[in-house]
Design a protein around this ligand. Structure first.
Ligand code: PLP
Length: 362
């Protein structure tokens, strides 16, 4: 009998994550020079990394022979959020934190609820823990709290919430998120994944970390991969009650965040000029892309992130023609959205290249 069949059926049932196509891969496939390729497929920061973070990372190169010490980044985050050190857990990207939460609260015989078209890592983490996925019906592609509450079963131990959601960009007003969490039974862990929270308009923001005082079952998860521009360094974090963080730390690998990532993240946290420039660049680029999509007669889902998802008649054909012109966007058929493509907001020139290429690809 094949060794493959010895893996638990829930592992064999997992569909592998499909990442955005790397620039180097498209360059090889199409014989295009790397400089000619525009990648708008993975919600990365088009301004690159914060200059302060770059300096800190370079400085941390002296010291990579030592195992990392997470203390300084945990202390900086605890201060930022007004919580105790024991309430912060670091991850190798926030995906690592999502996986830790699943391993702590899920197991075979248990289930987790998320919204249809929600982030792909929720089913991955749920299935890796041997638990069952329950995808609740969406409302205009976004989270529908009533449908998610109705989907909860006696064996449900986790509810995943992405706000704003990826790949749809939908945003649920903070008051509705809070009212939703209030209705989730207290024995169910709630993971509130806020990878794009820094891109929210000031009026839409809320101190969701403060909600932990009222909800002992809440874990708020953030990342340095998006507005902070450190996707390749892999660092994210979760904030929750000390007793919840203690459980996550038990299954966490001791040195899950490396020295360079720790140094870069600490510096990035305080690079206010870079954060403001990234926010502004995204706001303008979003307007540029939406105006372009409208000009082409394409409908899109209003987005609160650094990306926008739009509808085309023939996604495979359009995507193929974009790739031939060196423009990488993200097909999201794997999210149950076969008629949509997702584009990340890039620099003005990149957005223009995308829109020009799209016009000839429809
Ligand atoms: C990009 C993203 C993340 C961040 O992943 P990292 O592992 O921190 O790079 C988390 N959640 C959602 C919904 C995302 O889109």
């Amino acid at each position: 009998m094949s060794i493959v069949l010895q893996a638990p059926s829930y592992v064999r049932a997992i569909s592998p994550y499909i990442p955005g196509k790397p620039i180097t891969e498209l360059a090889r496939q199409m014989g295009l020079p790397v400089e000619k390729i525009v990648k708008l497929a993975s919600n990365e920061n088009p301004l690159g990394m914060s200059p302060l973070a770059r300096k800190a990372v370079e400085g941390a190169l002296a010291g990579v022979e030592r195992y990392p010490d997470q203390f300084d980044l945990i202390a900086a985050l605890a201060e930022r959020h007004g919580v105790a050190l024991e309430q912060v857990v670091l991850g190798n990207g926030s995906n690592d934190v999502l996986d830790l939460a699943a391993r702590v609260f899920l197991a075979p015989g248990r289930s987790a609820v998320f919204s249809k078209h929600a982030f792909a890592v929720y089913p991955l983490a749920t299935m890796s823990a041997g638990a069952e996925c329950i995808a609740a019906a969406a409302k205009n592609y976004g989270h529908d709290p009533a449908a998610m509450l109705a989907a909860i079963r006696p064996d449900t131990h986790m509810v995943w919430i992405a706000n704003p959601n990826n790949p749809t960009g939908n945003f649920l007003p903070q008051a509705e998120v809070r009212a939703f969490i209030e209705k989730i039974p207290a024995h169910i862990a709630v993971v509130l994944d806020e990878a794009y929270t820094e891109y929210l308009a000031p009026a839409d923001r809320a101190d969701t970390v403060a909600w932990i005082r009222d909800f002992p079952n809440l874990l708020v998860v953030r990342t340095f991969s998006k507005i902070y521009g450190l996707a390749g360094l892999r660092v994210g974090y979760g904030v929750g009650r000390a007793e919840v963080i203690d459980l996550l730390n038990r299954v966490r690998q001791p040195f899950n965040v490396n020295n360079l990532a720790l140094a870069g993240a600490i510096a990035a946290l305080d690079d206010h000029a870079f954060l403001a420039a990234s926010y502004e660049s995204n706001r303008r680029g979003m307007e540029q892309i939406i105006a372009g999509l409208k000009r082409l007669g394409l409908s899109h889902i209003p987005s609160h992130g650094n990306f926008v998802t739009f509808e085309v008649a023939d996604t495979a054909g359009v995507n193929g023609r974009l790739l031939k012109q060196g423009v990488i966007v993200r097909p999201i058929g794997g999210y149950g959205m076969p008629n949509h493509l997702r584009v990340t907001v890039g620099l003005e020139t990149e957005n223009a290249r995308f829109l020009e290429a799209l016009e000839t690809s429809l």
